[in-house]
Design a protein around this ligand. Structure first.
Ligand code: ATP
Ligand code: MG
Length: 199
């Protein structure tokens, strides 16, 4: 069995429009370990929404294999997907019309009035405190950099040379930022709350 909670192999997604085929994803590969916070950036039309729909079990790829927590989603029937989404996936949309399918996301749900950046910081906290796996799609570099790993999508493929984010922690120990007093990890190079450089 795969050691990754998300394991996508050779995914393609082709849409047909006016008898023309559009490859929204092509030979896409991604492996994400449990508790990792991955951010994905990419220009308009690069396949971000298509990818999130597949990773969130809202849609299936045209070909390739997508495993979620050891389950082969590509082999499942459409009617089996809602249960999997309810048990394993949470969605937070751009405008924060939240669907708190996971109790662990209730913290984030309570943050409706907060700014995008504050939401992303809470997501970082969820990843290190509760080992939640986070996939964030954003056009905002600052938000993306608060993850473990920044990835870049172009023409339905991940570009080589992904960048490490500032969220460098594997464990959450008691530790606070000397400037704002926020709970942080000793591994942090940057305080996610106030932006103070820690190392
Ligand atoms: N339902 C659809 N039917 C036909 N083509 C589609 C469909 N959905 C997406 N596409 C095409 O697939 C490609 C990838 O689209 P996608 O929406 O995944 O990009 P995106 O990175 O989310 O873009 P944006 O930043 O504008 O939201 C684009 O060329 C788009 O036109
Ligand atoms: Mg999109």
């Amino acid at each position: 069995m795969s050691n990754y909670i998300l394991d996508a192999k050779d995914l393609t997604k082709t849409y047909e429009e006016n008898e023309k085929k559009i490859a929204a994803l092509s030979q896409f590969n991604l492996q994400v370990a449990k508790g990792k916070f991955v951010s994905i950036m990419g220009p308009s039309g690069s396949g971000k929404t298509t990818l999130l729909n597949i990773l969130g079990c809202l849609d299936k790829p045209t070909s390739g294999q997508f495993m979620l927590d050891g389950l082969d989603i590509t082999k499942m029937k459409e009617e089996e997907l809602p249960k999997i989404r309810a048990e394993k996936v949470g969605f937070i949309f751009q405008k924060f019309n939240l669907i708190p399918t996971l109790t662990a996301l209730e913290n984030v749900a309570r943050a409706r009035a907060k700014t995008g950046l504050e939401i992303v910081k809470l997501l970082g906290k969820l990843s290190f405190e509760e080992q939640r796996t986070i996939i964030l799609v954003t056009h905002d570099k600052k938000m993306a950099s608060l993850s473990h790993q920044m990835m870049f999508l172009k023409d339905g493929k991940l570009l080589k040379g992904e960048k490490k984010g500032t969220l460098e922690t594997e464990h959450m120990d008691e530790f606070t930022c000397p400037k704002c007093g926020g709970d942080i990890s000793p591994d942090f190079v940057l305080c996610p709350y106030c932006g103070t450089k820690l190392k």
